[in-house]
Design a protein around this ligand. Structure first.
Ligand code: N01
Length: 533
């Protein structure tokens, strides 16, 4: 039996859109794509909370594959806000005529491999199915929120808002007592906005974060035009950089500089904003605890300078994890927000949240009356977006069974037992510590080339060998263990933020250039480590 389509693509974010372009417009395949959202945008369709913006410079966090797209689109801010990124992705989808391949408002609920026919049967929540030879999952890593962990939440009589499914209409917080749980990258963007509008804001913080300034600025028309016209020069070297942006190279070691020199380096990068603090200061911050302590001390000092009440300042100073072992957040007026009279910070590590009642959030020490409860509690990252789709591979093996511990993958692109199923920026790829827009392009291009190879050679399936997968897992683990990341107890990099999830190696931490070189070499060596039939 011939499958209905050549390929099913799941997701309409950066990954799914580019996959449709590459596989349909360039490779000429018959494509059916799905997205649960009402239009293109992926994460930017869902995360509409006030203050949401990309904390990676927009000139880098955008598609690089097309000359025209780069020249025609002009960003209005250094770090674009969510509405502008959403407009960009909608514009790209129209520009490349991608929408006609999508069925929006449709969630994939099952995906079953048919070994006899060598195709996938993909079921959706409208009760329909579609068969396809290949499936490309552009489902993202940070896309399924953690399940609420607070007893009594169903009794709450006020409004509960989840940052990752924020209402499309503006929410009026005036006169309201608002409580927010979560001070990760999301909470840190949202808290200053809530404080401006709520009658009172109570922030429930379990882990203090090392946030540093984002350094956003509006781009004037002349700067916008210049950036678009000179995009090649602007991006030069981005792909050769660990993080996927041409940020300055760091000095080798924080321990090789005097305290005065170090302070100068940290001051400069604190001022220049964003991820430069992580990657352009010292090259050993993620590898040497003593070196890391120097930046941690520096950032704590800056928090103490910016927060008026010394007790609150100490509550905001992280002490339980090395810098950047939890994903570094970037902020605009975050610390000054705690100098406002209408903001209260509650430490829910020493006095944990016990339950939600009809009108309050109750900790082991006190009860805080609120009208609106905002959940910025993070995501079940890497595996959950894939596990949610009910994937069943060869011999009835479910992905849930296979990934009951740490997920096994080869290059983060495929997993053994699930032929022709491709995961864009899947677990154990160079993701999280890499510019996602470029990581996605790299993967989609690799996948497109692999499918092209199958078709030109007359092969039907591609799937990693168990041996290659196991070697890749060991290799990724060895690299991760050379970093300080495992020293964080609750980092989502380690899958450690979700109760019951296995801690382990979910990322490839050697940087994008190394990762890309390996992927290219694997392809050049006839897809070494993959079984092709
Ligand atoms: O999620 P998080 P996020 N009781 O997991 C707390 C991307 N992103 O949505 O640290 C009390 O970082 C939790 O506390 P703890 C980016 O990749 C990008 O903020 O576990 N508190 C933490 O404070 C980012 O890293 C942008 O102790 C609880 C918070 O909730 C990723 O999304 C912007 C709790 C969750 O923080 C996730 O960020 C925003 C509990 N039971 C996000 N459970 C860009 O700009 C959780 N918490 C591109």
């Amino acid at each position: 039996m011939k499958a209905d389509k050549d390929v099913v693509i799941v997701g309409a974010g950066f990954a799914g859109l580019y996959a449709v372009h590459k596989l349909r417009n360039e490779l000429g395949l018959e494509v059916q794509a799905f997205d649960a959202g009402g239009g293109p945008g992926g994460t930017w369709w869902w995360n509409r909370y006030p203050g949401a913006r990309c904390d990676f410079d927009s000139v880098y966090y955008s598609y690089s594959f097309s000359e025209e797209i780069q020249r025609e689109w002009q960003w209005t801010e250094k770090y674009a806000a969510q509405p502008e990124i959403l407009n960009y992705l909608e514009w790209v989808a129209d520009r490349l005529d991608l929408k006609r391949s999508f069925q929006f408002n449709t969630r994939v609920t099952s995906m079953v491999w048919n070994d006899e026919g060598q195709y996938w049967t993909v079921g959706t929540d409208d009760g329909r199915t579609c068969t396809a030879r290949y499936v490309v999952c552009g489902t993202g890593n940070v896309s399924i929120p953690k399940k609420p962990e607070f007893p009594g939440i169903e009794d709450f009589k006020g409004e509960v808002l989840q940052t990752s499914s924020w209402p499309h209409e503006p929410v009026d917080f005036s006169g309201k007592r608002v409580g927010i749980i979560g001070t990760g990258a999301t909470g840190i963007q949202l808290i200053p906005e809530l404080a401006k509008h709520a009658a009172h804001l109570t922030v429930f913080q379990r882990t203090a974060q090392f946030a540093s300034p984002l350094g956003n600025e509006k781009l004037d028309p002349e700067a916008r035009r210049w950036l678009a016209e000179n995009h090649k020069q602007v991006r030069a070297g981005a792909r050769d950089h660990f993080l996927g942006a041409p940020y300055d190279a760091p000095r080798p070691s924080a321990l090789a500089d005097s305290p005065e020199e170090r302070k100068k380096v940290y001051d400069e990068h604190y001022g220049s904003g964003g991820f430069r603090m992580v990657v352009s200061t010292y090259g050993d911050l993620l590898y040497n605890r003593e070196s890391n302590d120097t930046i941690a001390d520096y950032l704590r000092d800056r928090i103490r300078e910016r927060v008026t009440d010394p007790k609150i300042a100490e509550m905001l100073c992280p002490t339980d994890h090395p810098y950047a072992t939890k994903r570094a957040p970037f902020e605009t007026n975050y610390y000054e927000t705690y100098n406002r009279d209408n903001v209260t910070l509650v430490d829910v590590r020493s006095t944990p949240i016990e339950r939600v009642t009809e009108h309050a959030l109750k900790t082991t020490a006190a009860e805080y009356e609120i009208d609106v409860l905002v959940m910025a509690t993070g995501f079940d990252v890497f595996t959950r977006p894939l596990l949610e789709m009910g994937i069943v591979g060869r011999d009835g093996l479910t992905l849930d069974e296979k990934w009951s511990g740490v997920p096994g993958t080869y290059l983060g692109i495929q997993t053994a037992g699930f032929p022709n199923l491709f995961t864009v920026t899947g677990p154990q790829s160079a993701v999280a510590l890499y510019n996602n827009a470029l990581a996605i392009e790299d993967h989609v291009e690799w996948i497109s080339r692999a499918i092209g190879h199958l078709r030109t050679t007359g092969a039907t399936t591609i799937e990693p060998t168990a041996e290659a997968e196991s070697r890749w897992g060991d290799f990724a683990e060895g690299i991760l263990n050379q970093t300080l990341i495992p020293q964080s107890e609750s980092s989502w990099y380690m899958g450690a933020n979700v109760v019951g999830k296995t801690r382990g190696t979910y990322i490839f931490a050697a940087g994008a250039p190394v990762y890309r070189a390996i992927c290219a070499q694997v392809a050049e060596r006839g897809y070494a480590g993959f079984a092709i039939d």
